[in-house]
Design a protein around this ligand. Structure first.
Ligand code: NAP
Length: 301
């Protein structure tokens, strides 16, 4: 199979693989440390070199699971880009001082969280750190200052946001050049295409990262009438092109001119390979709009 191509997220020099491996669910995969090393090696062999984390994944546990694998096989680190996130404080038995689930985008929390991610991942630097969710108490100047400190210290190379609106992105981007906005997008969640999130990113030349591209697996769920029609429309295009169902979904996402970078969520190498396969598929306008019509349940005007 053709290896996964690479993509620059903006003009600042961050390059990721065109498909990124999401690690949110790693704690559910029930793998031994050696199995995690083997999975990472298989993912790298596909050309997927970028791995998406967050401090909170797996109840603050996934980064350490991944770090354990990196410690077993230290040569892996130089072959990959590590992405993490900060800014959400979850209720957890590991965090007795969190009395309510809340956001914290203060400089002290951003820096402390990034340093904890480095310890858990057993690495010296992150390639990319994202603010996980927009925080009503954000002071954009303070966030930009925290990013600058982390960069100057060599701890984080690039910065971005996640789940930010177009305007929220612009507020921070004009203070500190951001590498991405990671947002939810799939045939079951089409908002960023219509609320200017994608238009704004295309305008400033920043590629979005896409979470839950398969709607967290709901695309494969028990169908109601709407989902059943969407599934059969995607399947018939997949049959016509002789491609797997999920490859058509990833190709539908990557057809957008803002250059979306999808994250996979599966721990199965075959599922990640289907995402990579999509990088060689270009849907024509008829097929693309046929999926859009089924996704929204109506024609364009
Ligand atoms: N920034 C944010 O706020 C945010 C939020 C959520 C997630 N994320 C990131 O985005 C990544 C991807 O999100 P996601 O996990 O929701 O992605 P997803 O790919 O939409 O969903 C993954 C789920 O779909 C299932 N699936 C995949 N292929 C399938 C198939 N052919 N048939 C049946 N089920 C299938 C997987 O099960 P199997 O494992 O069995 O394949 C898994 O449970 C996460 O790992 C995380 O890194 C970010």
């Amino acid at each position: 199979m053709t290896p996964c191509p690479r993509i620059s997220t903006n003009k600042d020099g961050l390059t990721l693989s065109r498909i990124v491996a999401g690690m949110w669910r790693m704690g559910e995969w029930g793998m031994s440390p050696q199995q995690r090393v083997a999975l990472i090696e298989q993912i790298l062999e596909l050309g997927v070199t970028s791995f998406d984390h967050a401090d909170i994944y797996g109840d603050y546990g996934v980064e350490a699971l991944f770090g354990e694998a990196l410690k077993l096989q230290p040569s892996l680190r130089g072959r990959m880009e590590l992405v993490s996130k900060c800014g959400i404080k979850l209720l957890s038995s590991k965090k007795p001082d969190h009395r309510i689930q809340h956001y914290d985008t203060s400089a002290s929390h951003i820096i402390a969280s990034a340093e904890a991610s480095l310890r858990h991942l057993q690495t010296d630097y992150l390639d990319l750190l994202l603010i996980h969710r927009p925080d009503p108490l954000t002071d954009f100047d303070e966030v930009a200052e925290a990013f600058t400190q982390l960069r100057v210290a060599g701890k984080v190379r690039h910065f971005g946001v996640s789940n930010f609106s177009r305007h929220q992105f612009d507020c921070l981007n004009k203070r500190f050049a951001l590498a991405t906005n990671q947002v939810e997008f799939s045939p079951l969640e089409t908002k960023p295409m219509f609320d200017e999130t994608f238009d704004g990113l295309q305008d400033v030349g920043v590629a979005p990262m896409i979470w839950s591209p398969l709607a967290g697996g709901r695309l494969f769920g028990q169908p109601d009438a709407h989902l059943g029609n969407l599934q059969s429309v995607i399947q018939s295009i997949a049959d016509k092109l002789d491609q797997p169902f999920s490859s058509v979904v990833f190709a539908w996402i990557m057809r957008l001119p803002c250059r979306p970078i999808p994250l996979t969520g599966s721990g199965r190498i075959a599922a990640i390979a289907e995402a990579v396969k999509a990088t060689s598929i270009t849907l024509d306008r008829n097929d693309w709009f046929t999926i859009l019509r089924a996704a929204r349940g109506h024609e364009v005007a």
